[in-house]
Write a protein of this length. Structure first.
Lengths: 145, 330
């Protein structure tokens, strides 16, 4: 028999799609929401490539190429928009934009208090440049002259 | 579908999404050990119950490895509090998906996906995360919106997808057909084939009056007018006439179709136009890049032009949106 059936590839695609959907619905970070949407697209791409393989038709692979194009465009626009949104609110939290909701909707408020002492993790930084070196004597003399 | 069967189908998605509910970042969260163990259990259960691979050991192993890494990294991505780690998990999802592409004879797509996703998108996202959150994680990353409802929605979606996929693409019932076809191809002489055609009732010796369950099963799967139906008819005629060598040849051809596609339904579709990229089922052209280029620039030429236009418009749009100076900076 063939090593893995079509059904198993389609299952992997379905799981990735669902995980992406759950991530998009739950996460509040704008960037993570976009990454989740792209995980959904990955699930779709697995489906298309599997059909291309099992039907012997390259059309599926061509579709994935077009998905790649659309993803690249989407990422460019999304990053530009995320930067603009960040400039306005100084935060990537999507709940800060909930004034855009429908007029009859209740606002979402954080009810649970975060446990104390659970300090948010520090992010990786570029190391700052070292201390300014003390001016050497020669340089001082030159500057006096 | 039997209800017991249904329960086994639904168990892995339900377990998986209980695990995800436990793993999602929340204000009060258990240690991630429980959720992780439950997720691992769901993965193993799903692999044991739903995925069906066969004898080719290395490819099965690679499939299990790549599929497992993909799903585990996907769960990690939506469960990480730290967005940088989540972006790196997404890179892992992309890389193992590329492994799956390679297993499915798509080397060009593998390279293109790695370049576009891992090379460009993930790096740019990391850049933006580090640019935007220099003061550390915000509390928004430590909470989720409606984790219970979202997990429930995901569970329902995945369970229904699994059931439908199982109904439409399950190939377990093909094993009998494949086994009987193998028996025919391996038969030594016509005596043995006569014995085969009397399967289940060796007292009947008049083979021309027997209904052959194999032929009936084949006819059930191939709609009228397909090549598969024609071959099934041919098989029946040759069987009645006891033409041993042609019979073996026809059985071999049918067997190959079942083995290469894993499904009879995909063998032949009536009215399907042959395109340059289209080959026999399960057989893609050898030169992937050349064949892909040929398909791209013959069948999908207008779409390629449109994609180029889309890229141009997106570039201009991104520059216009991001390049605008805000009033504060002026």
């Amino acid at each position: 028999m063939s090593p893995a059936t079509l059904e198993s590839y389609l299952l992997v695609g379905a799981v990735l799609f669902t995980l992406g959907m759950v991530g998009f619905l739950t996460r509040r970070n704008l960037i993570l929401m976009f990454l989740s949407a792209e995980m959904m697209l990955q699930g779709v791409a697995i489906n298309l490539v599997a059909f291309a393989k099992f039907r012997g038709d390259l059309g599926g692979q061509v579709f994935v190429l077009f998905i790649l194009t659309v993803v690249a465009c989407e990422a460019a626009i999304a990053l530009a928009m995320i930067l603009m949104l960040y400039k306005r609110k100084k935060s990537l939290d999507v709940s800060l934009w909930q004034e855009l909701r429908e007029p009859d909707q209740e606002p979402i408020l954080d009810e649970d208090v975060m446990p104390p002492g659970d300090k948010p993790a520090e992010f990786e930084h570029l190391t700052p440049a070292g201390a300014e070196p003390p001016p050497s004597k020669e340089a001082e003399e030159v500057s006096h002259v | 579908m039997e209800s017991r069967n249904l329960i086994w189908l639904i168990a892995p998605p339900v377990l998986g999404f209980v695990a995800i509910y436990l793993l999602l970042p929340q204000a009060r969260r258990l240690t991630p050990i429980w959720g992780g163990a439950l997720a691992a259990l769901a993965l193993v259960l799903g692999a044991a119950l739903l995925v069906r691979t066969a004898t080719v050991f290395v490819e099965s192993l690679l499939f299990y490895a790549f599929a497992g890494i993909t799903m585990a990294a996907g769960v990690m991505m939506i469960a990480q509090k730290n967005p940088v780690h989540a972006a790196l998990s997404f890179a892992l999802v992309v890389l193992s998906t590329c492994g799956l592409f390679l297993l499915q004879a798509a080397p060009f797509l593998m390279a293109a996906t790695i370049i576009v996703y891992a090379g460009a998108i993930v790096v740019t996202f990391l850049f933006v995360i580090m640019l935007a959150q220099q003061e550390g994680a915000s509390s928004a990353d430590e909470r989720s919106r409606e984790p219970f409802l979202a997990s429930l929605a995901g569970c329902i979606l995945l369970a229904s997808l699994v059931c439908i996929l199982h109904q439409a693409f399950d190939t377990r019932h093909l094993d009998d057909i494949a086994r009987e076809l193998t028996q025919i191809t391996e038969a030594k002489d016509d005596v043995e084939i006569k014995r085969l055609s009397c399967l289940g009732d060796p007292t009947k010796t008049d083979i021309s009056k027997l209904t052959r369950p194999l032929v009936e099963k084949l006819k059930e799967h191939y709609p009228e007018g397909t090549r598969g139906r024609a071959e099934a008819d041919q098989l029946q005629i040759q069987w009645v006439r006891m033409e041993v060598e042609p019979l073996k040849k026809t059985a071999q051809s049918l067997l190959q179709a079942i083995q290469s596609t894993g499904s009879l339904a995909l063998y032949d579709v009536p009215g399907k136009a042959k395109t340059p990229g289209h080959r026999e089922p399960g057989k893609l052209p050898a030169g992937n890049v050349a064949a892909l280029g040929k398909t791209l620039f013959t069948d999908y030429l207008i779409a390629v032009e449109l994609a180029a236009t889309l890229l141009l418009v997106a570039t201009i749009g991104a520059i216009v949106i991001a390049g605008r100076r805000s009033e504060v900076l002026r």
